[in-house]
Structures are given as C-alpha cells and as structure tokens.
Design a protein around this ligand. Structure first.
Ligand SMILES: NC(=O)c1ccc[n+]([C@@H]2O[C@H](COP(=O)([O-])OP(=O)(O)OC[C@H]3O[C@@H](n4cnc5c(N)ncnc54)[C@H](O)[C@@H]3O)[C@@H](O)[C@H]2O)c1
Length: 337
C-alpha cells in the first residue's frame, strides 16, 4: 500500500511511523512550510513538496490529511475530488455543515473515506462493544475527558490568539472530546437532544479554545448522559494516577460497562481497560488486550478495508454525527451562558 501525507506536523510522525512499521510505502509528503516538509522527508526517506496539488496529481492507495482542523474541509475535499481514498484526521471538519457537504461528496464519488478516530480500533475498545450490549436497557452514561495541562500553557494560547486572532486553534472539547463522543455514539447510539451545556474559558481564549465543557444529553434509547471535558493542571488523578482521566461509562438495568482510554501519544506504553459488571452473573469481567498502537492498527485496518473487508473504522457519516453533536453542544452552551 502506498500512502501520501498532507501536513508534516506533530501527528504526521505517528502516521509515518506506523506506515513504516507495517512495511507500507510512504511516497511523498506535502506541507506548505518548506522546512517542515523537508525535515519530515529526510526523517522518513520520502519525497516532499510544498504543493498539495502536486501530491494529489500522483497515484496512491491512500492520502492522509494531517493538517490543522480548520483546513480539513478544503484539503480533504480536494483529495476526494482528485479521486483518492482518504484518511482524514479527526474531527472531520470544524462544522456540521462542512462535514455534511463532505459526506455527500464521499457518497457521490464512492471513494473510501476514513476519519481518524483511532481510539475505536484498539482491540480492548472493540471488546467493549460486547460489554455495551450486555448492560440491558441503558439508563445513564458518563463521558469524561480531563487532560493534565500546565496552567502556564494558557499564556501561550492567549498570546497566540492576541497576535493571530484567526490562528487555526481549537480547545479540549473539539480536539479530545470528539474522540470520546465518537465512542459514545458508537456504543450507545444516537443523541436525541442536548438538554443543557456550559463552557468555561480562560480570559482571552474565548470563543476558540475552551478550558472546560459540560453537557447533558438525552439519548434516543432514553438514557441520560453527562459529558465533562476539560484541561486542568492535575497530574496525579485518573485510573493510572498520571493525570489522564478519560472514561466512558454506560449504566443499564442489568450491567455497568466502563472503558478507560489512554494518552493518545503513548500507544506503546499504555493500554485501555474495559470492564463489565454483569448483574445476572454477579461478576465483574475485565479485558485488557495490551499495548497496541492505535495508529498502526488504523493503517492495518485501512489496508483490509481497501481489499473489501468490513472494519470498525469511522466513516464520513459517523464522523458527521460527532460534528453535529459538537455544534449542538456549542449552540446549547452559548444559548444558556
Ligand atoms: N488522532 C489523534 O489522537 C490526534 C492527536 C493529535 C492531533 N490530531 C489531529 O491531527 C491534525 C494535525 O494536528 P498536528 O498537531 O499535527 O498539527 P501541526 O500544527 O503540528 O501540523 C500541521 C501541519 O500542517 C501544515 N499545513 C497547514 N495547512 C496546510 C495545507 N493547506 N497544506 C499543506 N500543509 C498544511 C502545517 O504547516 C503543519 O506543518 C489535527 O486535525 C489534529 O486534530 C489527532
């Protein structure tokens, strides 16, 4: 499989490392910043360009879109229009309207399109599907996403937004909350309505970069779900007491399913843990498949999908549902603030 990448920043490293580890071919990288493109190409032994259109004119099995969220719509649209299969980093775009347009384009062109919600591909997370099905009628749920963030990082955000008000920045809810909303929708089904939402901001960071987002959701299955998501300077909390406090909990008439996910940047050191309390058996089961690099697993599954196999990667329509929910929560928060 030959993969070309647009965007040679932070996340592109994880993609390139996985492509190499699996023995796939990395063809060319495009980044509008010449230094970034060159440095990346030297590190991974591929060609480089500053012209994404040139990359799109080349044949490949997959184009990975790894540019900042704000540019996903334009870059992914161009890649689909050029006839490529695409892996687009999450979130699919920064608005439900853009994601709807892109999902329609994907439907028309019938080209494979995957969105990088890679937490869902880990074998432990896949096992959680079975646990979620065993809780009986779902009554309530919890989506928790707290990441340890030094207090002084807000100075950087504030200064950057003061200098460049249009800087392509997003906060914790869009960047990290989106992963867990994807898991909620996957395992608990669609949301009927956002009952309430509130966002908290650091001075000078509103409305782009939230510090905390809370929401209350009514699911189509009748359950009520609490969402809590934030960046706080707490480094000793969470399941592993390393500050990473990320959890999906689904509570039903006959069981409680719990999924603790991990630092996205440490797939080789930490593994998610899935648990199920089964009321009929009066037992607690737990599953931990060990260290599996989500990014590698994502590419392995893409290769299978391109050969026609059914795989649990996020589709354009599933990612659109996440973006709709994000927009609805933002709207509910601004109505009520
Ligand atoms: N899956 C995950 O858990 C995860 C984790 C981190 C980041 N991400 C996602 O990865 C994406 C990139 O994030 P990042 O941290 O690597 O950002 P980054 O700023 O480090 O890198 C982005 C790169 O894209 C380049 N770029 C911007 N616009 C471009 C364009 N139109 N054409 C070509 N190059 C362009 C920039 O010069 C930069 O080098 C984001 O969508 C982010 O949400 C996903």
């Amino acid at each position: 499989m030959k993969v070309n990448i647009i965007g040679a920043g932070n996340i592109a490293d994880y993609h390139a490392r996985s492509i190499k580890a699996l023995g796939y071919q990395l063809g060319i990288v495009a980044d509008e910043n010449e230094n970034s493109a060159k440095r990346f190409a030297e590190k991974y032994g591929c060609r480089w360009t500053t012209d994404a259109a040139l990359l799109l004119s080349e044949k490949s099995d997959l184009v990975t879109v790894a540019v900042p969220n704000a540019y996903h719509f334009d870059v992914a649209t161009a890649a689909v229009k050029a006839g490529h299969a695409v892996l687009c980093e999450k979130p699919m775009t920064r608005s439900a309207e853009h994601s709807k347009q892109l999902a329609e384009l994907v439907r028309q062109t019938e080209k494979p399109f995957f969105v990088g919600y890679m937490k869902r591909v880990h074998p432990t997370v896949r096992k959680f599907e079975e646990y979620a099905a065993r809780i009986g009628n779902m009554r309530s749920g919890l989506v928790r996403v707290y990441h340890p963030t030094p207090q002084d990082s807000w100075t950087f955000v504030r200064d950057r937004l003061a200098q460049f008000p249009d800087a392509p920045m997003d906060g914790v809810f869009v960047n990290a909350g989106s992963h867990m909303l994807d898991l909620l929708l996957r395992f608990a089904g669609p949301v009927k309505k956002v009952l309430a939402a509130r966002m908290q901001y650091q001075e000078g960071c509103c409305p782009k970069v939230d510090q905390m987002t809370h929401a209350l959701l009514e699911m189509e299955n009748g359950a009520t779900v609490t969402v809590e998501c934030g960046w706080l300077p707490l480094f000793g909390v969470g399941k592993r007491e390393n500050g990473w406090d990320e959890l999906l909990e689904l509570r039903g008439d006959s069981g409680l399913g719990t999924l603790h996910t991990t630092f996205w940047e440490r797939p080789q050191y930490e593994s998610p843990v899935a648990e199920l309390w089964d009321e009929s058996l009066k037992t607690k089961e737990s599953y931990n498949a060990g260290m599996v690099d989500n990014f590698e697993e994502e590419y392995r599954l893409i290769k299978m999908a391109l050969s026609g196999e059914k795989v649990p990667l996020a589709t354009a329509d599933e990612a659109l549902a996440v973006d709709r929910l994000i927009d609805d929560i933002f709207a509910a928060a601004s109505i009520r603030s």
